[in-house]
Design a binder for this molecule. Structure first.
Ligand SMILES: Cc1cc2nc3c(=O)[nH]c(=O)nc-3n(C[C@H](O)[C@H](O)[C@H](O)COP(=O)(O)OP(=O)(O)OC[C@H]3O[C@@H](n4cnc5c(N)ncnc54)[C@H](O)[C@@H]3O)c2cc1C
Length: 382
């Protein structure tokens, strides 16, 4: 076994960490407070190559392995969940389906722009009445000559309604399968298409500086060439996309846990009560020891799943495990981190307060913890 990262992966970690500390850390609390998505910061993340890392150079990506990308997400999340969400959704959910299932024309048309970080593509699966039960979505696409007419709506769509949003991959019902279940097909819908409306959602508890949208499709017409892959492949494409997306949520849990742990350790070494740093009290030290242990396990399970994926071996069970474990580890770590900060941990001037809020999405988005347990239990034969 070789647990060493390559020189390139080490360099990516160093560079992304430097960028996150110099460009994101100074503005993260303010953007969170104002609930403001920053196009400037997103473009800067594009300039240092955070979009399209796993996309081949033929489409202006960087042709790196998946682990390199996951390390980058981890490092951004170590500093801020919102910016990590923009990157993770932009890559895994936005670029991913286009890259893996798109036609040559679709890839050439969209990927160079998306890989530059000058525009964002969104993933439109969740609907108001279909979340965990993604096979219950109701948005329809009906053929009309050489076009498809879409009607319906999507909710909670990351990167769906900001000034950089270029379009969205939409799962729509296109018929019935022989077993009576809905047949789903995915379509690419660009902003500006008549009948397509995108509205930002506000008053979020977490990821407040990331863009979340409600999308409405009212007789939206798209040409046949906007179909992603084959008719009837939509549900499979969405599930495959989520397998990869789970690894980036795992990376966000891992990075967020690391950031909160480091803040708590530093605080514990500096805060003096009863004449000594609180890190010297066993009750505090054991919390920090548990955090260090769980973060180590979280990193191993996540990197192993990436390693499987990079080796083109099956990684779906491990991705679900990594997503479930890392998001719950971050929950335990942020809880300890706030506790160790005492009353100050509840104040916005300390970052652990933001980490505490941001973590909750990780147990809900891209398949809740309950759904991950269902996925894993199926893989182990239950
Ligand atoms: C900030 C944010 C960003 C998001 N970004 C995107 C995006 O970019 N694209 C997208 O398509 N979606 C996105 N989502 C949607 C997200 O994936 C869903 O919220 C999630 O899948 C859960 O669906 P739901 O909210 O409808 O909850 P529900 O499915 O209604 O679940 C409610 C509760 O019931 C439980 N439950 C449901 N079914 C079962 C079951 N069979 N067994 C046990 N428990 C069950 C769930 O675990 C949960 O605890 C985002 C959500 C948020 C909040």
């Amino acid at each position: 076994m070789d647990f060493d990262l390559t020189r390139e992966q080490e360099m990516i970690r160093r560079e992304v960490r430097r960028f996150a500390m110099s460009e994101i850390a100074p503005v993260a609390a303010d953007l969170d407070e104002k609930e403001e998505f920053s196009p400037q910061l997103t473009r800067k993340m594009g300039e240092i190559g955070l979009f399209g890392m796993f996309v081949s150079e033929a489409y202006h990506g960087q042709g790196l392995d998946y682990l390199s990308y996951i390390i980058a997400v981890e490092e951004i999340a170590r500093v801020d969940g919102s910016q990590a969400a923009t990157v993770a959704a932009g890559n895994s959910l936005g670029i991913g389906p286009l890259y893996h299932f798109g036609s040559e024309e679709q890839k050439k048309k969209y990927l160079p722009k998306l890989c530059s970080g000058k525009a964002l593509w969104a993933f439109g699966l969740t609907e108001p009445t279909a979340g965990s039960d993604a096979g219950g979505s109701k948005t329809t696409a009906v053929p009309d000559g050489n076009q498809w007419v879409l009607n319906g709506s999507k909710i909670f769509i990351t990167n769906g309604a900001c000034e950089m949003s270029l379009g969205v991959t939409v799962q729509a019902v296109t018929g019935r399968r022989p077993n009576g279940k809905h047949e789903y097909t995915c379509f690419l819908v660009e902003h500006g298409t008549p009948g397509f409306k995108a509205v930002s959602m506000h008053h979020k508890m977490m990821w407040r500086a990331s863009n979340t949208a409600q999308l409405f499709f009212d007789d939206v017409r798209v040409p046949q060439e906007n179909m992603l892959g084959k008719k009837g492949d939509g549900f499979h494409q969405m599930l495959r996309t989520l397998d990869g997306g789970r690894l980036s949520i795992a990376a966000m849990g891992l990075g967020g846990a690391q950031g909160a742990y480091e803040a708590a350790l530093k605080y514990a070494q500096e805060r003096v009560q009863f004449g000594q740093p609180i890190s010297k009290f066993q009750a505090v030290a054991f919390k920090l020891a548990d955090c260090a242990l769980e973060i180590e396990c979280a990193r191993n399970v996540t990197y192993k799943a990436c390693w499987l994926r990079d080796k083109k071996r099956s990684f779906e069970k491990e991705a679900a495990m990594a997503k479930l474990y890392c998001s719950e580890v971050m929950g335990r770590v942020v809880n300890h981190a706030v506790q160790i900060h005492g009353g100050y941990g509840l104040m916005k001037e300390y970052n652990v307060e933001r980490f505490y809020r941001d973590h909750k999405l990780l147990e809900i988005g891209e398949g809740t913890s309950e759904v991950q347990r269902i996925v894993i239990s199926r893989y182990i034969g239950c």
